[in-house]
Design a protein around this ligand. Sequence first.
Ligand code: ATP
Ligand code: MG
Length: 359
Amino acid sequence: MSLLSLEILQFRNLQHVRIEPDAGLNIISGVNAAGKTSLLESIFYLSYGRSFRNSQARDLIMYDKDFFRLLSKTSDGHHDYQIGIQKSIKDQIIRINQQTVTRVTELSALLPVIALHPDSHHLITAGPEYRRQFIDWGVFHVEHAFIKSWKDFRRALSQRNAALRNNESDRVCNLWNQVLVENAEFIQKSRCQYLEELNEVLKRISGLFFPDNKITLEYRRGWTEDQDYLFQLQQTLVRDKEKGFTQSGPHRADIKIKLDNKSAQTSISRGQQKKLVAMLKLAQLEMFIQSSDKTCVLIYDDLPAELDSENRRIIMDMLASMKVQVFVSAIENSQLEYSSWNSGKMFHVEHGEVSTTSL
Ligand SMILES: Nc1ncnc2c1ncn2[C@@H]1O[C@H](COP(=O)(O)OP(=O)(O)OP(=O)(O)O)[C@@H](O)[C@H]1O
Ligand SMILES: [Mg+2]
């Protein structure tokens, strides 16, 4: 799905912006604090219902205003969709073709967005939840039963955790085991399969970024290897009760990212981490394109600040050969190498106002 138009109202410093992006490349330029990240953030919000910065919804509403609104016309090549979100401190309204919907995941399914931004290295350096989000985004878009299974698991988990905290009898605490086990197995199987295919894509593209290294992703499922999940739940019941929560399961899974068999978290430079994250996201994008007939949107905030010119060129060339709608920001257009693109648009942002030119 690509964005045909985007209208932004009272989002950060963007009072009222209307753009008609190119189906391929869109370059967002402007000085510091012009509103470049805000523009990209609004696209991200339309897909995820949250920011990629560490911000609450109230931070996104323009100062002294009560709400922001994002409206977009999108197309999958066959049908057009009008999607919109209006967010106030109190509530959020999501609409798809004039119908109100309750779940943000309906937007995510319609408008798949992959983002790279200055905090993206968290995928490597921060907690396992970032890596679970990464893999689950991919699984969500290829395995349609995943979201239901994940929700059923979360519901049973929170009920079991409540029983543990209330020090209920063993019989009561074990009531949810069956639902947990069934869904844990499905979640684990889907994630492993996804990771296996992602590793294959990585093998193909890693030569461009890390010609002398071997990159591998290994899944840690969140409970002891070679042990049945049901058995583990029974075994750890006493300790789970002491802690007041379920300590094992797919909600504790992680991915070990390794470079030449060493942990990427501790053994490579910050620049290498940024390059590695970019490569992982591009591999994910490549896999999405292979398995879906939809178009994906890729947001790259402040690309020149993230990578050196050689790596920027590799990425821009690679994106030019993919079926993807790209939004990339830079202080100046000249910092980006876009000669491999046939067409595109430039959006210059100044004090929250946007003007458009062709490439
Ligand atoms: N809720 C808000 N209402 C109004 N302005 C805001 C709000 N939140 C942030 N801003 C301001 O919006 C401006 C644009 O911020 P943004 O991060 O989009 O800039 P940028 O162009 O990406 O800059 P940089 O090149 O420094 O990354 C900043 O001056 C910021 O302080
Ligand atoms: Mg910025």
